[in-house]
Design a protein around this ligand. Structure first.
Ligand SMILES: [Zn+2]
Ligand SMILES: [Zn+2]
Length: 345
């Protein structure tokens, strides 16, 4: 089978022929990968920044995977061959304290498909039944594959602060990219805030308005713009889907009294005098992926027609071109690779 492999950091992925993986344990499921989303985390992986997360090369990337069950081990009870599914990327044991608390992504035996283990930029993947999220009828894997990371991450972050999105409050969404365009819809669905979306790209601002943002603002001068729009008070909640030095500074600059700054994107360094946080009783928090249940819930929202995903599809052979466009900020929504598609287009 074809696989797009990162053989060394700061290099293009290489298409290789690999043997199809076999089920070796009775709790495993083999999935024919129909769709794999391409994420900024893949760029961080290529750039060699995921070492602290336990990543090594060579590695098949791809952690936003959806497909159809191809074979199941003897002990598998929740799915059978032919079922459409998503793959929840963190591996979790189910019996450690964090797993029992529902914090699957903090499992003591943590692994992550597409980072610490080979992922879905290939044709077949074997995972344990715990990672399988069955799809409701009528939902195709290609339509929802990016929820496996983009959707779940946005949902996990939004669910934790939904109680802050009260009527009369202002929530600012920084970045309307692959994760942010889901996040802004969830802000609309889970809360009653006015939702301001900030993105430097006009196409993504347009998308944000189509998806329910009350206003979409350019990144330049955004701190003053948010202060103006809130009569000087600033934002009650800032959701940062970018996470670079610029957005860290902007977020803290626009955050109002008792405001919460919630980070989803990452990569920069936060510097803030503690007196500023204490005197304004502000909160800074960070979010990592989400639980299996978070993914199940975001899929239910999608199936109910309450949120949508903006996607474009490409054959696996175009992976490097797609990654290049993502790096240039040239993708609106999420690019999804189709490992079983032939040719280009
Ligand atoms: Zn991702
Ligand atoms: Zn565990």
């Amino acid at each position: 089978m074809k696989a797009a492999v990162l053989n060394d950091y700061n290099q293009a992925l290489e298409l290789e022929d690999r043997p199809e993986p076999e089920i070796t344990r009775p709790n495993q499921v083999r999935v024919k990968i129909e769709a794999a989303g391409v994420c900024s985390t893949d760029l961080h992986a290529i750039d060699g920044e995921m070492g602290p997360a336990g990543m090594e090369v060579p590695r098949v990337l791809g952690h936003e995977n959806g497909g159809r069950v191809d074979a199941v081990g003897d002990l598998v009870t929740t799915v059978s061959a032919g079922d459409p599914v998503l793959i929840y990327p963190p591996h979790s044991c189910g019996v450690c304290v964090n797993c029992r608390r529902g914090l699957d992504m903090h499992c003591e035996h943590h692994q992550f498909t597409g980072l610490t283990l080979d992922g879905g930029f290939t044709e077949y993947l074997v995972v344990s039944e715990r990672e399988i999220v069955p799809l409701p009828s009528g939902i195709e894997p290609v339509d929802v594959a990016p929820h496996s990371d983009a959707g779940i991450t946005a949902y996990h972050a939004l669910k934790r602060v939904a109680h802050l999105m009260l009527p009369g409050t202002t929530t600012v969404v920084l970045g309307a990219g692959g994760v942010g365009h889901v996040g802004l819809q969830l802000a609309r669905e889970l809360g009653s805030s006015r939702v301001l979306v900030v993105d430097p790209h006009p196409d993504r601002r347009k998308l944000a308005e189509e998806l329910g943002a009350d206003e979409a603002l350019d990144s330049a001068g955004v701190v003053d713009a948010v202060r103006d729009l809130t009569d000087g008070r600033g934002a009650d909640l800032v959701l940062d889907f970018v996470g670079n030095d610029q957005t860290h500074g902007d977020a803290l600059g626009m955050l109002g009294l008792t405001g919460t700054y919630s980070m989803i994107g990452f990569g920069g360094t936060i510097t803030v005098p503690s007196v500023a946080l204490v005197s304004q009783e502000q909160t800074v928090r960070a979010n990592l992926v989400g639980s299996w249940t978070d993914l199940w819930e975001v899929v239910q929202l999608h199936a109910a027609g309450r949120i949508t995903l903006k996607t474009e599809t490409h054959p696996l052979d175009e992976v490097n071109e797609v990654l290049g466009r993502l790096r240039e900020g040239d993708i609106t929504g999420r690019a999804v690779l189709l490992p079983h598609a032939n040719g280009s287009g």
